[in-house]
Design a protein around this ligand. Structure first.
Ligand SMILES: [Zn+2]
Length: 193
């Protein structure tokens, strides 16, 4: 089978009204580019490539800023609820020395609070990451148990990192308790999941 000859496409640039092939010789190729990418990408394949790369860049930028703003919004909501009137401004993160003088290698300092429900009614609040702020988990666990009059224990989480399991749903009150008890933990570092 022989291919039918393609009908000649009469196409003129919407910007400079030259045939697309001549745009690059026209008066303002830069202005033609967006039109060309849309309408005659086959004439200037490189433009398309550039445009795609730009778009990818933009998308990842956008994703990043979305991520940041989501975090920010969550923190903002938490802080307005938890500590209206409190002025404990978050301190800049600094390198923590563990007992023994070892400098903890740079790991994102973040306390994560998760609530899980086991057996329908039994709820457990899991607190991860206090140790990243140089807090001894066994002490923290005792304090939490006392404060919320419930069972609290240090256990090894799925990734072998130690975490504190607290019986009951204390996720909402625990943020304030943490920032009050350990001022080194800025509220902005606490994530409620
Ligand atoms: Zn043009």
């Amino acid at each position: 089978m022989t291919e039918k000859p393609q009908p000649v496409r009469v196409l003129y640039c919407g910007v400079c009204s030259l045939p697309p092939e001549y745009c690059e010789f026209g008066s303002d190729f830069e202005k033609c580019k967006p039109w060309l990418v849309k309408n005659a990408p086959d004439v200037y394949p490189d433009l398309l490539k550039d445009a795609n790369e730009n778009d990818l860049g933009k998308v990842s930028e956008r994703l990043q800023s979305v991520g940041i703003s989501i975090d920010g919004a969550a923190d903002g909501a938490a802080s307005s609820v938890q500590s209206a009137g409190e002025t404990s401004a978050s301190k800049p993160a600094e390198v923590k020395r563990l007992p023994g003088g070892k400098i903890k290698k740079k790991e994102k300092q973040e306390v994560v609070i998760e609530k899980i429900v086991r057996n329908k009614r039994k709820c457990i609040t899991i607190i991860k990451g206090l140790d990243l702020f140089g807090i001894k988990l066994s002490d923290a666990s005792k304090k939490l148990g006392k404060k919320f009059a419930t069972g609290a224990s240090v256990v090894k989480g799925p990734t072998d990192k130690e975490q504190i399991d607290v019986q009951g749903d204390i996720a909402y009150d625990v943020v304030e308790f943490i920032t009050d008890t350990w001022p080194d933990v800025p509220e902005s570092a606490i994530t409620l999941r």
